[in-house]
Design a protein around this ligand. Structure first.
Ligand code: 0A1
Ligand code: ZN
Length: 908
């Protein structure tokens, strides 16, 4: 149980800070037992603050973990009646208009398991200050709208901590016996959440980048010695990011040095601290034999993301944490654009949308649903969500779609120029877009305030005589917590009309409804419709024949589109739509349509008094659609320009999670059974083609992380996983051979995964042998061992929970490292639908016990792995009861963190 009600913080209650901090001077003296932090702050009353009559008090933030040694104002030690410390607040009474505040505190980073503030990861000290970690280092006005100039001196033992880093430029260093120190000065004002410090025995790879104005920037990536051979791809990604941001957004880097440090224990992916990014090893290290292609792509995306924050987040930051999507939504869009520019635009878009649907749609439909700009929170760390990040990116992307590329750039230029050095709001962002372009985004702003995934119902009608085609759109948005009735959104709906030969028809339309006409390189036409009403009809004129509409091209709005397409329409769109995203989408919808029908049949058979064997034959149109996709790839032979990554995407069936998201009452078993049945049908009917692809896509002896090579491997490994669906000796032998000869982790992992997931006799015999070989080979590579845990945790076969429990006792397992914990517990609960939702409730009980244990160590992570338990509303009554029972058990735990409390209590 929680003692006392945690405070709910409201967006509407924002007030400007009472004081400003012109300069922040820190001296951090690191020792193995006690670290002292001396801080000197030049403070003054904020002229912009609403002066509360007569109050000259200053209230600073700090953690319970600060042991205060002294407090001085203008050099004079305060006596105990001049201040008070209550919980996490330090109040100074009657301070002057402007003054120097000097505090000294003691902390114990080596005991800090929460991984926020200053903590120890392996042998190194490092920091994580977003969102409110700085207060665990020293007393401060720990809020993003207090910007200060930082100077930091770090002292530590020379032998164990030869490298001492902080933000900005190192301006001075010295030695004192066994200890040494370095002083860093950051010339840019910044909020405390962007502060960083690292002390460790680190190696470094160095490179250089010349900016567009000709300045040389030193680039350094630091890691522990055993990982330094894995930083090359991160460095390439960094240089590409710097170049891309200059070209795409006109943004140049502003310091003379940019550093990245790789740390093993980190709560999130990485952190954009000014000039000193700190990265989870999983998001910066890559080597062909240890890292999958997806890992390589993730490194590129995250390095880009953190780098882009230098402008969207650091130079222009957030006024308060309700504005988090200001920096995160925009920066995710920027990293998505960057990845698209580095690889295949369509493949990137497909993956972004698949992530949105699998992670954000369920969140938006669940008890934690919130607008991208939330109205209240108990614990801000719970709002680093798919909604704030991924839906936030979709919202900025929609602005770009409405405005078009060039006008969007005018808007971002104005935004950066106008607000450089300021802490601002999402409203300021939208205003800059409006002011630069004379456009009214009044209604569009509802995307910032209304939660929930809108549904768009579309209907088309062709009038042969009038040669008109009328597309009628109706929108609605389900109720979400605290928001019963929604106002219509302003949605950009990108549309094309296909003729019977599959060509795009020329588009003309009546009325002033078009935002933007898009003409692709090959001349095809789309229009962006401004859809703003509950229901609206758009009339296309001069349409020579009844078209097949291609709606929501490029997924132009984050909505669920309904249109009465037939399965034949899907097949037609799959092969003819000029929009790559909608070609993929048509394939997905066809598969969903077929699988949903099979699920219904399975459920009906089960509901019979005597269970009948269900007729779950697979519609052969789906098989022929897959056949023609494979045939195209075969026809392309070894042509390196052919987009195999896209073919691979087309061959992946919609995930079980997305299929679950589409059901009113989720039936995990029927979903799994139906999907597996389709996979088997594909494997059986298309075996010759799959085998041809497998052979055709064999690679050479060198690894390249290029789009075309990644596509080749993807396609080959998908073929292998289908082949293994039959579990025959020949396929198992292929897996073994691939496992033994692979030169990269994508190939190794695909081979072993296919065997682990198979219940066929031939696979069962070799499984433990392969797992053991894999473990022994990679024992010393933490990120590979994470993969090893995950591949076992996500196995859908019966008995996996017992395997997971056994693995918890494995010497390599620990609850203290977030990557490891996520690789086993997170993967089991989040990706193993059939086993986690086992109807005996064992998966729920297991997760709840782990959450309770983890909460005492690292509340942020405990709250993050809770997600799957909170979605009880989507399941049958029996499972609902079991899930709620576990949520209540968690809630009854003593000393529960605010993090877990907020999510559990809101979900019940
Ligand atoms: N701003 C970082 C994400 C981040 C957020 C919180 C953290 O610790 C609680 C760490 C990182 C990003 O968007 O990459
Ligand atoms: Zn970010």
């Amino acid at each position: 149980m929680k003692e006392g009600q945690p405070q709910n913080i409201q967006r509407s209650e924002y007030t400007a800070p009472s004081h400003l901090i012109e300069t922040t001077d820190l001296v951090v003296d690191i020792n193995e037992d006690i670290t002292t932090v001396k801080s000197v702050l030049k403070m003054s009353k904020n002229p912009a603050a609403e002066s509360k009559a007569g109050s000259q008090d200053l209230v600073l933030d700090g953690g319970q973990d600060l042991e205060t040694i002294s407090i001085k104002v203008d050099g004079r030690e305060l006596s105990s009646n001049e201040y008070s410390i209550e919980g996490e607040k330090l109040s100074l009474f009657d301070v002057p208009e402007s003054f120097q505040l000097e505090t000294s505190v003691a902390i114990k980073p080596q005991e800090n398991t929460t991984l926020e503030g200053l903590y120890k990861s392996g042998g190194m000290f490092c920091t994580q200050c977003e969102a409110e970690g700085f207060r665990h280092i020293t007393w401060y006005l720990d809020r993003p709208d207090v910007l200060s100039k930082f100077r930091t001196t770090v002292h530590a033992n020379k032998k164990d901590y030869p490298i001492l880093l902080s933000n900005g430029n190192d301006i001075e260093r010295g030695e004192e016996g066994e200890r040494h120190w370095v002083t860093w000065e950051d010339p840019f004002n910044k909020p405390a959440y962007l502060f960083a410090l690292v002390a460790g025995d680190l190696e470094c790879v160095e490179d250089q980048f010349t900016t567009m104005s000709g300045r040389d920037v030193k680039l350094q990536i630091f890691s522990e010695a055993h990982n330094i051979d894995k930083v090359g791809h991160g460095m390439t990604s960094l240089k590409n990011s710097m170049k891309w941001d200059e070209e795409a957004y006109g943004r140049e880097y502003d310091l003379d040095i940019f550093m990245i440090v790789a740390v093993e224990s980190f709560n999130m992916g990485a952190m954009e601290n000014k000039g000193l990014n700190i990265f989870n090893t999983s998001c910066v290290l890559a080597r062909p034999d240890t890292t999958t292609d997806a890992g390589y792509q993730r490194v590129e995306a995250v390095v880009g993301h953190e780098y882009f924050h230098n402008w969207s987040g650091n130079r222009v930051t957030c006024r308060d944490w309700f504005q988090l999507s200001l920096k995160e939504g925009f920066t995710v869009l920027r990293d998505q654009q960057f990845s698209a520019a580095m690889g295949s635009e369509t493949v990137c878009r497909v993956n972004d949308v698949a992530t949105l649907r699998a992670a954000q749609f369920p969140e938006d439909a669940g008890p934690m649903a919130h607008p991208i700009r939330p109205d209240s929170y108990i614990e801000i760390n719970n709002f680093y969500t798919a909604t704030v990040y991924e839906k936030g990116a979709e919202v900025v992307r929609m602005i770009r779609t409405i405005l078009g590329e060039n006008k969007f750039r005018l808007g971002t230029d104005l935004y950066f120029d106008r607000h450089d050095g300021q802490a601002v709001t999402t409203e300021d962002f939208v205003c800059a877009m409006e002011d630069a372009n004379e456009i009214n985004l009044e209604q569009f702003r509802r995307w910032y305030s209304q939660a929930g995934t809108p549904v768009v119902d579309a209907l088309g009608e062709y009038d042969a005589e009038a040669r008109t085609y009328t597309l009628t759109l109706a929108q609605s948005c389900p109720a979400t917590p605290g928001q019963k009735n929604k106002q219509p959104f302003h949605m950009p709906i990108t549309v094309g009309l296909l003729s019977s030969t599959g060509d795009d028809q020329a588009l003309s339309i009546t009325g002033d409804v078009i935002a933007n006409k898009i003409r692709s390189a090959s001349g095809e036409e789309s229009v962006v419709l401004n859809f703003t009403q509950d229901k609206e009809s758009f009339v296309f004129t001069d349409v020579p024949e009844a078209p097949v509409p291609s709606i929501l091209r490029g997924f132009s709005a984050p909505v669920k589109l309904e249109y009465p397409y037939t399965r034949d329409d899907f097949m037609f769109l799959m092969s003819h739509d000029s929009d790559g995203f909608n070609r993929w989408e048509a394939g997905q919808r066809l598969a969903i349509n077929v699988i949903q029908e099979m699920i219904a049949n399975l459920q009906q058979a089960k509901a019979q008094p005597v269970e009948q064997s269900a007729d779950i034959a697979v519609d052969q149109r789906l098989i022929s659609a897959f056949a023609s996709v494979l045939d195209q790839a075969i026809a392309a032979g070894k042509d390196p320009s052919f987009d195999r990554a896209m073919v691979a995407e087309m061959l992946i069936l919609p995930s079980e999670s997305y299929l679950a998201e589409l059901m009113d009452v989720v039936d995990v078993d029927a979903i799994h059974q139906a999907r597996e049945r389709v996979r088997l049908e594909i494997a059986t009917r298309l075996r010759p083609q799959l085998m041809t692809i497998y052979e055709l896509c064999e690679g050479g002896y060198t690894y390249e992380a290029t789009g075309s090579e990644i596509g080749r491997r993807d396609l080959r490994n998908i073929a292998l996983s289908y082949l293994m669906q039959q579990g025959d000796d020949e396929s198992v032998a292929l897996c073994r051979k691939q496992f033994e000869t692979a030169i990269c982790m994508s190939d190794t992992a695909a081979a072993i995964r296919a065997v682990v997931n198979s219940s066929a006799d031939a696979a069962v015999i070799v499984k433990s042998d392969l797992l053991e070989t894999f473990y022994n080979r990679w024992e010393n590579e933490a990120l590979v061992i994470d993969l090893w845990f995950t591949m076992q945790a996500v196995c859908p076969l019966p008995g996996t929970l017992d395997t997971v429990k056994d693995l918890m006792a494995h010497p390599a397992f620990t609850l203290n490292n977030p990557n490891r914990l996520r690789s086993l517990i997170g993967a089991f609960a989040g990706q193993n639908n059939v086993n986690f939702h086992s109807v005996d409730g064992s998966g729920y009980e297991f997760l709840a016990s782990q959450i309770i244990a983890v909460d005492a160590i690292n509340p942020q992570i405990a709250a993050r792995i809770l997600g799957p338990l909170t979605r009880w509303g989507n399941y049958d009554t029996k499972r609902q009861a079991l899930m709620k029972e576990q949520l209540n058990r968690i809630l009854a735990t003593e000393n529960l963190s605010n993090n877990v409390f907020e999510i559990v209590s809101k979900s019940l």
